[in-house]
Design a protein. Structure first.
Length: 196
């Protein structure tokens, strides 16, 4: 019990230092200039916090692609990607200040192919205005730990070509977003920063 008490005391005594260090870092990196033109303008003299709405939709993991897309097998996981995209487009139309980022082109284009022309026109406007932003740009967010670089290049190429053909330069990703890769590989980092 004594060891546990020592660890608790150490954790509670270092906790305020961590918070202070984090606060100092946040204040140090705060800038009055606007880094990304699609962001809301910063308010002078205020701590400006930027929250980004997003979803990560596995293109196969616990369920098949169809099960994720249509929302079946809810006992395994409660996800229905088509409904996420429907509700995002609806919410973005209601408020031009809202923004949303999306990663998995595989699901997006499956959804896109099922939409009416008026809905496609709305989505094109949302992309052009920066309200709907594609990040990463690949067909999926690939696993970095076990994937060969050829597979990474192939899936990134497929996603980026489809985005460019559909939306042009407005959909070109400016952010490399890898939040669910089970580790980072040097190949992925190289591909994320490489410019031909």
């Amino acid at each position: 019990m004594e060891g546990r008490t020592d660890r608790l005391e150490m954790a509670s005594s270092t906790h305020p230092r961590w918070l202070l260090a984090l606060l100092v870092v946040v204040i140090a990196v705060r800038s009055t200039s606007q880094a990304n033109p699609s962001c809301h303008p910063a308010k002078e003299g205020m701590l400006n916090i930027h929250l980004v709405c997003h979803t990560h939709d596995d293109v196969g993991w616990l369920k098949t692609v169809d099960q994720y897309y249509y929302g079946s097998r809810t006992g395994t996981q409660n996800a229905g990607v088509q409904y996420i995209l429907d509700s995002v487009v609806d919410a973005l139309q209601k408020d031009p200040a809202r923004k949303f980022i999306y990663v998995e082109s595989a699901f997006f284009f499956r959804w896109w192919d099922q939409q009416t022309q008026p809905t496609k026109d709305i989505v094109k406007r949302l992309v052009a205005s920066g309200q709907l932003e594609f990040i990463g740009g690949g067909w999926c967010m690939n696993d970095e730990g076990t994937t060969h670089y050829n597979a990474i290049i192939d899936q990134m190429t497929l996603g980026l070509i489809k985005l460019n053909e559909t939306f042009g330069e407005a959909a070109r990703p400016t952010v490399a977003w890898q939040i669910d890769p089970f580790g980072h590989s040097r190949e992925q980092v190289f591909l994320d920063v490489w410019e031909p």
